[in-house]
Design a binder for this molecule. Sequence first.
Ligand code: NYM
Length: 212
Amino acid sequence: RASSSESRGALIVLEGLDRSGKTSQSSRLLSYLEGLGHSTELWRFPDRSTSVGQMISAYLSNKSHLDDRTIHLLFSANRWEKRSLMETQLKNGTTLVVDRYSYSGVAFSSAKGLDIEWCKAPEVGLLSPDIVLYLDIPPEKAAERGGYGGERYEQLEFQKKVAKCYQALCDSSWKVIDACQPIEDIEKQLQDAVLDHVMACERGRPLSYLWP
Ligand code: NYM
């Protein structure tokens, strides 16, 4: 067999507006895949544990101010610093459930008015997800859920712009899920959506790279 058909874990990405339910659905999906016996890890971006991540965290909590392009590149660098570990884990056969990825990077920065192609450029060469699960919620509904923690970006008018930017990125390869449904229904739909991809990767689907 060619090395391109080696078994690997799947790269599963959850995207959506703030308060769309990504974080709780990510951990439910992790439990499900682990329960089926798949080696699985939960990842998230930004990864606030690194030194780049701490700069991002300070920015998001309004403790620092950075130029729009500068913070965009820090978010991207935060993915680049995890890229080789990501590839290692996938090749080890571990499936990664990732709460936000490059699509958040492009959607949130282009919502500020930055050119979308400029925003995409630093992501080129990162690993491409096997499936993007988009938790679709009207910005008004997300705002009603409350618990906007007061971080930068957590404002209705801005989230409306982010929603439009996500629409510009969304293509037929994404699985769009109505995030206003009951939690258990969403959970079930996510489970159904990922299984084929996990199997295809086990059978040796080759890795691919942004932007496909
Ligand atoms: N965010 C997240 C970006 O602006 N660019 C990125 O590349 C990523 C990964 O950070 N409002 C924004 C989206 C969120 C914020 O995310 C923090 P979270 O999931 O609340 O930790």
